[in-house]
Design a protein around this ligand. Structure first.
Ligand code: B12
Length: 365
């Protein structure tokens, strides 16, 4: 079904039936590439640009300047990629089978790393797969104007996923799917193909439930649908470059990289199905590692063991910062105290959090 004119600018030489057939094929190709759900929508993020503007006005994005810098691109996909007529939104589940979750929270010795970060980095995998989908579309339609995106691009991913029918945005701001919960990543393919649009998810199924808002260890939700990222443990352990505000350190518990609490408590996640995507399987025993053992990694070990992992992004100093806080919230033992002392003189940032941890352990003797 080659585009008879074969030039990306002339995008509509397909009749409605051909486009409908193509849309079904694209969803099939997406599933064959490991995406559990594929939806198609237009390029209008609608009310979400106002929600974003209000969120930025309240500085709820903290140090995430990238959320403000490219606000205009987030509001208009055609400004991000010319000729874009449709956003193809794709869901990839990531919860590894047989990993502990709730039981690990606030454990005095064992580290809790958010379940999305136990295996290989999803950005590379998802971008590669969406690129493959784009190439398959070109094989069938001729040259196209298309571009894959995942996470770090200025795209309101959850807004488009909700509009493409993949689920609804819950009170914890996660996209939730009634048959899968929220344990999945999102990605997009911007395309110049005028494909038929799928019906949006218009109903939210949170009802009167506020479990996610109530369970948040740092009380980071100002209310339904509004997260103060500056208080979110995921932000504090991943995005924040400097010192973790002291009043929040004790609330972090053993959550040393990201946080899943507002997902773990969500009743819709009882329907979550484990992924068979090998890349997301835990590596280096990260799903049940002791905080002291992880803290004692040398910089070389950190570099080696976090290769192609989402963890690599925070760097060794922030890794030690997070673990010092976790150990400070944990069990007082000569082993923990010696480990903390062994990493002094790393950097002012790490020293500050080690000193805090030693004080906590002394207090909680
Ligand atoms: C910045 C960011 C963060 C920040 C801020 C989170 C946030 N809520 O904005 C931090 C670092 C805290 C973070 C944490 C996490 N993140 Co994050 N993050 C992003 C990123 C890059 C941008 C999100 C964004 O646009 N925020 C802007 C604000 C304004 O949006 P918002 O808070 O979601 O608010 C929206 C809703 O409230 C919505 N809304 C809907 N209905 C209503 C009704 C009303 C009345 C109102 C007011 C608003 C409203 O309007 C707002 C705009 O859409 C996206 C990738 C992307 N490009 O989209 C990934 C992304 C959202 N993150 C993701 C994940 C997995 C996580 C973590 C689970 C990781 C972890 N385990 O630590 C946590 C979850 C924390 C949480 N509850 O959100 C996934 C989510 C997948 C899913 N199922 O939803 C994404 C999509 C990445 C990906 N490609 O898979 N993240």
């Amino acid at each position: 079904m080659k585009d008879k004119s074969n030039s990306s600018s002339a995008v509509n030489h397909f009749c409605a039936d051909e486009l409908r057939e193509l849309a079904e094929k694209i969803k099939q190709w997406g599933r064959e590439l490991g995406f559990q759900q594929v939806g198609i929508t237009d390029t209008q993020p609608g009310e979400h640009t106002e929600h974003l503007r209000r969120w930025l006005d309240k500085d709820l994005h903290g140090e995430m300047d990238y959320m403000a810098d490219r606000e205009a691109l987030r509001a208009d996909p055609t400004a991000l990629h010319e000729n874009t007529l449709r956003v193809i939104s794709l869901r990839m589940d990531y919860l590894p089978p047989n990993v502990e979750t709730v039981k690990l929270l606030d454990h005095p010795k064992t580290a809790y790393l958010s379940r999305y970060a136990l295996g290989r980095d999803y950005h590379k995998l998802i971008r590669k797969r969406i690129k493959k989908l784009a190439d398959t579309i070109i094989e069938h339609t001729g040259e196209r104007s298309q571009r894959p995106f995942v996470d770090s691009a200025p795209v309101l991913e959850r807004a488009f996923a909700e509009k493409a029918g993949l689920g609804w945005i819950g009170k914890n701001t996660m996209l939730i799917n009634s048959s899968m919960g929220s344990w999945f990543f999102l990605g997009e393919l911007f395309t110049d193909l005028p494909l038929p649009i799928d019906p949006p998810q218009t109903t939210k199924h949170c009802g009167s439930c506020t479990a996610c808002l109530d369970i948040c260890p740092t009380n980071a939700f100002n209310g339904p649908f509004e997260l103060d990222a500056r208080k979110c443990i995921s932000y504090l352990t991943i995005e924040l470059k400097g010192s973790i505000p002291e009043p929040l350190r004790g609330l972090i518990g053993n959550r040393v990289f990201g946080c899943d609490d507002c997902q773990l408590i969500c009743p819709w996640n009882k329907f979550a199905k484990p992924t068979d995507e090998k890349d997301f399987s835990p590596r280096h025993g990260l799903d049940h590692a002791s905080m002291v053992d992880l803290f004692l990694w040398t910089e070389e070990e950190f570099e080696e063991k976090t290769q192609a992992s989402p963890i690599r992004r925070i760097g060794y100093q922030r890794w030690l910062r997070n673990l010092a806080v976790g150990i400070g919230n944990g069990e007082n033992s000569p082993h923990a105290i010696n480990a903390l002392k062994s990493k002094l003189k790393q950097s002012p940032l790490v020293d500050e959090h080690i000193q805090w941890a030693l004080e906590q352990l002394a207090i909680n003797r």
